[in-house]
Design a protein around this ligand. Sequence first.
Ligand code: ADP
Length: 280
Amino acid sequence: MTSWVVTARGLSLSYNGRPPVLCDLDLRVASGEFFMIIGPNGSGKTSLLRLLAGLIAPEAGQVEILAKPLTSWPRRHLAQRLAVVPQQLPQDFPFTVAETVLMGRAPHLGLLDVEGESDRELARAAMHFTDVTRLADRRLDQLSEGERQRVVIARALCQEPEILMLDEPTSSLDPAHQIQIMDLLSRLRAERGVTVIMVSHDLNLAALYGDRLLLIDRGRTVLCGSPAEVLTAERLSVCYGCTILVDTHGLGGLPRVTPLPASYGGHVVPAEEPSGRRGS
Ligand code: ADP
């Protein structure tokens, strides 16, 4: 029987009485799944992840983490099971890599406890896993974006979570660093059974790594399924408001997504154009 570690029902959200950014959204994520949330800019991906992590509260609906309502989890207990890697990394953060990673142990320590040898060992293992050991004594603000991203993931690993939620962890990285982070998350899932829930705007990474993709548009679910089910040319062209070609490449017949430039017959429909494809 499938064990669902995250379940959401009827989630709705609006900010400051403005029109809703999420409407009646349902989802469930299985234990050990690599689940990716995709959709156009402003479709509500980050808001959804923040709701699932309990960082904001929905206007309606409910989230369950490990079969228990999110609202009934004490914050510290939740942080022992669920780690979040936010989109914005601290720029001015006066701590070394080793100190930052060790902070991941905080939810497991009592109020007046200091980290012990076993905590430091876990931090070392997390740094090794993410290949940042050689950076241990460097300050976070002296690192490249890719290095900093790996450190923040190491801090999350040091938390020993069962569920890891990440918001576009590869958005500012070059292809080598993107693949490095994605492979690392895959290993984490394969070797430790961690459930990964990730927001991404990169449809090709979603095709390569996601077990299931949730495509949302203007706060509503368009479709949830395998990459081949979700990533179709017609559906993506409507959601993203531009001509998108989807073919399959040699890698196990996975979909490959190419937005078409005007010189190849591509056409962009501005989101606000009421008679455009997005409105149809
Ligand atoms: P995505 O991650 O898909 O780009 P977001 O969840 O960031 O989408 O944003 C969805 C909508 O909610 C956007 O219109 C955005 O402007 C709005 N929004 C996001 N965060 C806030 C906030 N803190 N206050 C007001 N509006 C917000």
